[in-house]
Design a protein around this ligand. Structure first.
Ligand SMILES: Cc1cc2nc3c(=O)[nH]c(=O)nc-3n(C[C@H](O)[C@H](O)[C@H](O)COP(=O)(O)OP(=O)(O)OC[C@H]3O[C@@H](n4cnc5c(N)ncnc54)[C@H](O)[C@@H]3O)c2cc1C
Length: 400
């Protein structure tokens, strides 16, 4: 019997745990450790501030389905790992493993610039999304300028763009659009770079959206300081604001930085080969955002990162599971797919409109890449949400 401990049970970790158990059956014991018993479909958090979704609509308890599928769920916080003794230390005891999968996702670096944590909003957590909902309700009573964007070193620009267009739509629905100067700020070299060096037509499409919706934008800027009423940019400009939502950078979680033997990068990500096996340990693996992905481009004036989205997170969970099964069978040929070679598949919501981004690989060179706008309704985003929640609730980890 081989014991695998998976830390983190979301897009990457839940997939990895269920797939190891599905493929390995009784030969494999799988323990999934997560500090939260709740699965959250994070991409739909952008709708929570507008009341289009409540947290309960996009989340469910994952322990029941994991147990049903034979995965042991431990609701605990992993503190560090002793790689030599193959033991994970948690706040609820120690766990020995034969294989370890790190799928802990990101930590948000709110202290990227003074005042970001105190005065701006962040929609990537349930609490943050609910606080944003409250702030928008207050804003409605006394509107003014709005600044939305991503800070220096951020990688998740797509979600911030989605929020921007949803705010614009919401302002029109509230009949206050004319009272609001709407600003988009981004470290990207150009609109629609997205941390993947763009897509065909992306820049032109976003420029026309900005013009059509009367959104002022500034590229190649970072945030120097936020005060209760102003945002000072790295180019010296000062923007007044009444409401702001900024996407800060992501870094690795404390579990990784508190585990020196993992040899994490300075930003806290786990160095892996194209098989998602640790570069130094054959029985340590990483999947999802926890993986170190070298930048496929050189940023211009202001640094920014690449996004690590849901599809590759799920895919790397599957690759890790397959490879653990192969290793335990004594096979030496592992499945390999570098992060940047995984196909790109994303739906960007644009406020009850959407743009589909499909490409042969996330990073260039690509043999195929297309952006398809849908101005009628964000139906694909809704279908994706329903499908992913259905698949995850039922533990159908083998599905795409
Ligand atoms: C606002 C927002 C919108 C997004 N929209 C999209 C989108 O439209 N499309 C898309 O493809 N992607 C989107 N993404 C990205 C997507 O959410 C991520 O790619 C995905 O969540 C990554 O999965 P993961 O399993 O690697 O990490 P996570 O989903 O972050 O999960 C990490 C898990 O690890 C657990 N954990 C962390 N540390 C510990 C510890 N020490 N001990 C125990 N457990 C721990 C956490 O509780 C969590 O369950 C969005 C992200 C954000 C923030």
């Amino acid at each position: 019997m081989t014991t695998t401990v998976v830390i983190g049970g979301s897009f990457a970790g839940m997939t990895a745990a269920l797939e190891i158990k599905r493929k390995g059956k009784d030969q494999h014991k799988v323990i999934l450790i997560d500090k939260s018993p709740v699965f959250m479909f994070i991409p739909s958090l952008i709708w929570v501030p507008f009341g289009r979704r409540d947290i309960k609509d996009i989340s469910f308890r994952k322990d029941a389905i994991l147990t049903k599928k034979g995965v042991e769920f431990v609701n605990a916080e992993a503190l560090n790992v002793d790689v030599k003794n193959q033991t994970v230390k948690t706040d609820k005891g120690d766990y020995k493993y034969d294989h370890l999968v790190v799928a802990t996702g990101p930590k948000v670096k709110y202290d990227v610039a003074p005042g970001v944590a105190e005065y701006t909003h962040y929609i990537g957590t349930p609490n943050g999304a609910m606080k944003t909902r409250k702030a928008l309700e207050e804003f409605k009573k006394n509107p003014g300028p709005i600044v939305i964007g991503a800070t220096q070193n951020a990688g998740c620009m797509g979600a911030a763009y989605e929020f921007l267009f949803n705010v614009e739509k919401w302002l029109r629905e509230q009949n206050i659009r004319k009272k609001v100067d709407l600003y988009w700020i981004t470290p990207e070299d150009y609109l629609g770079h997205f941390g993947i060096d763009g897509m065909p037509m992306a820049e032109g499409m976003l420029k026309s959206f900005m013009k059509m919706f009367n959104i002022h934008y500034k590229t190649q800027v970072g945030v120097e300081e936020v005060t209760p009423e102003t945002i000072k940019l790295t180019n010296g400009e000062i923007l007044p604001y009444k409401f702001s939502m900024l996407m800060p950078p992501f870094i690795g979680v404390d579990f990784v930085s508190n585990s020196p033997e993992l040899h994490a990068t300075p930003t806290g990500y786990v160095p892996v080969k194209d098989s998602y096996q640790h570069v130094d340990y054959p029985n340590v693996w990483a999947a999802g955002i926890a993986v170190n992905v070298p930048l496929p481009f050189t940023p211009g004036k202001v640094p920014f990162a690449s996004p690590k989205t849901g599809y590759p997170s799920d895919e790397t969970g599957k690759i890790v599971a397959e490879n653990i099964i192969r290793v335990t069978k004594g096979e030496t040929k592992l499945k390999e797919k570098a992060w940047g070679r995984i196909p790109g598949l994303c739906v960007m919501d644009a406020g009850k409109k959407e743009v589909l981004l499909v490409s042969s690989s996330l990073f260039k060179p690509r043999t195929f890449a297309i952006m398809i706008p849908n101005v009628i309704y964000d139906i694909n985003k809704v279908i994706l949400e329903k499908y992913f929640l259905w698949k995850s609730r039922n533990g159908y980890s083998n599905l795409p």
